[in-house]
Design a protein around this ligand. Structure first.
Ligand code: G3H
Ligand code: 13P
Ligand code: ZN
Length: 284
């Protein structure tokens, strides 16, 4: 199957009340694991590459591997740029065949975020590439900030309405209490804010920093309008913890395939579990 735009997947998910998982793709084993899980679950899937992934693996390798995976697959696959902050990088990804891009202007003043998002839409829309934008600051778990400061970073519902009206984007990433990386305690999501945002905009809403958010909270967020759930950290954990375990158990093992193979299997397992929670299993 050819790569499909994220928006096609999300509109269906929005209508049917589930979310599509967007999993960060950093190397061949992870890409293979993501596609294997999607096939086993008969689920649509989004593979996303961050700017870090692109500089690690190379844009051509990422695009090439994901296209090969998609072509051999019976389930819909999208290739999405995660947190693109550089316009030229966004253009390169679109030229290279990404079916969707995120332009993350969340660190910019509102009007500049709107202007840059529109600039991306101008080049993406005519060729059917979908665009996700971000409003509010999602940050990392390592950011040492106080609760009051945290709330100031959350997405303002009225601003979200204004932003969508001024851009016409296909999906919006919001900040409601999640963060990238490993949480120290349990994250508390601002469901009231999510419900308010949902009442003001009718496009699919995206949850970033979703690794480590309890399954019940993720399900509730999906009921309240989340249609795309981003997972990276849980994949890193499954991959690296398994590698570490194999190396500890077999310190003389020098065949990388015997270390990376089990790590890949562990990623398949975690992604299948996520797809079940998101409700995307059987929705391909
Ligand atoms: O959004 C953050 C993702 O976990 C990507 O992280 O920039 O280290 O690849 P990265
Ligand atoms: P996690 O770090 O919680 O996996 O979040 C990933 C993400 O939001 C990628 O954009
Ligand atoms: Zn993110």
């Amino acid at each position: 199957m050819a790569l499909v735009p994220v928006s096609d997947m999300l509109y269906k998910a929005q209508k049917e009340g589930y979310a599509v998982g967007a999993f960060n793709a950093n190397n061949m084993e992870i890409i293979q694991a993501i596609i294997a899980a999607a096939q086993l679950e008969n689920s649509p899937v989004i593979m996303q590459a961050s700017q870090g992934a692109i500089s690690y693996a190379g844009l051509d390798f990422i695009t090439g591997m994901v296209k090969i995976a998609a072509e051999a697959s019976k389930v819909p696959v999208a290739l999405h740029l995660d947190h693109g902050t550089d316009f030229d990088q966004v253009v390169k990804c679109i030229r290279s065949g990404f079916s969707s891009v995120m332009y993350d202007g969340s660190k910019l003043p509102l009007d500049e975020n709107i202007a840059m998002t529109n600039k991306v839409l101008e080049i993406a829309r005519p060729i059917g590439v979908s665009v996700e934008a971000e409003l509010g600051k999602i940050g990392g778990t390592e950011d040492d900030i106080h609760v009051s400061e945290k709330e100031a970073r959350y997405t303002d519902p009225e601003e979200a309405r204004y932003f969508v009206a001024k851009t016409g984007i296909e999906s919006l990433a919001i900040a409601i209490g999640t963060a990238h990386g490993q949480y120290k305690g349990e994250p508390e999501l601002d469901f009231e804010r999510l419900a308010k945002i949902k009442s003001l905009i009718d496009i699919p809403i995206v949850l970033h920093g979703s690794s480590g958010v309890p399954d019940e909270a993720v399900k509730r967020a999906i009921q309240l309008g989340i249609c795309k759930v981003n997972i990276d950290t849980n994949i890193r954990e499954a991959f690296v913890y398994t590698m570490r375990k194999v190396i500890q158990e077999k310190p003389n093992e020098i065949d990388p395939r015997k270390i990376l193979g089990p790590a890949r299997d562990a990623v398949v397992k975690i992604i299948r579990a996520k797809m079940k929670v998101f409700g995307s299993s059987g929705k391909a």
